[in-house]
Design a protein around this ligand. Sequence first.
Ligand code: 13P
Length: 256
Amino acid sequence: MNKNLRKAIIAGNWKMNKNRAEAKTLIEELKPLVANAGCEVVICVPFTNLETALAATEGSNIKVGAENCHFAKSGAYTGEISADMLAEMGVEYVVIGHSERRQYFGETDTTVNLRTKAALEAGLKVILCVGEMLEDRENNITEELVALQTKIALKDVTKEQLKNVIIAYEPVWAIGTGKTATAQQANEVCSLIRATIEKVYDKEAADAMTIQYGGSMNAANAEELVAQPDVDGGLIGGASLKAEDFSIIVKAATNG
Ligand code: 13P
């Protein structure tokens, strides 16, 4: 319940959207709207927009993230991007283990753990995604599943490294569906993730951990979600593609 011990973060996950010109336009629109944000503001963009985003956000309060990275430092991994490559560009954040990576690209808890460790070793901040499918919720195994995903993803991550980890709870059934978890459901699972962190690390680490909610968060429902005691911001898909909507969510987190 110690919200003041941790940083609220609103992060946009642009997914596979926006070409370079569109990216620049969106960032220019966003900059003045979030200039006075009382929370951390991050945009996670496609690899092809990283350079544009880094240049356009220079001198502003908007931080830039990538949407994935590989676990190897370099080598024969055609089409992949290493954590070191991102860090060298000046990228600060990276999303790891998004459910779309797990569903469509064969990511497992084990590769999520490898990628998390590689990103942390490269000095990146990790937005680690966990969350259950609708079937898991219906089978009443959300609690066990999310605890398991969290534990495996963080295997061999030190307490010091954990300071650079943000966890995003994203129920898969709420992503891009317009079906948001209720504020109570979101808080329940975020609180459970915090309890898992306390078990694996300690209370200090759990109290300091930023835990976001993600899944159809928008300008209309953000305020209630981020006001929950264990919800420290959000990971926003669709609504992060519109400057006005994203800035309203940032404002909600500022107030929450
Ligand atoms: P939507 O906000 O579009 O539901 O996407 C959520 C998400 O997957 C963020 O990572």
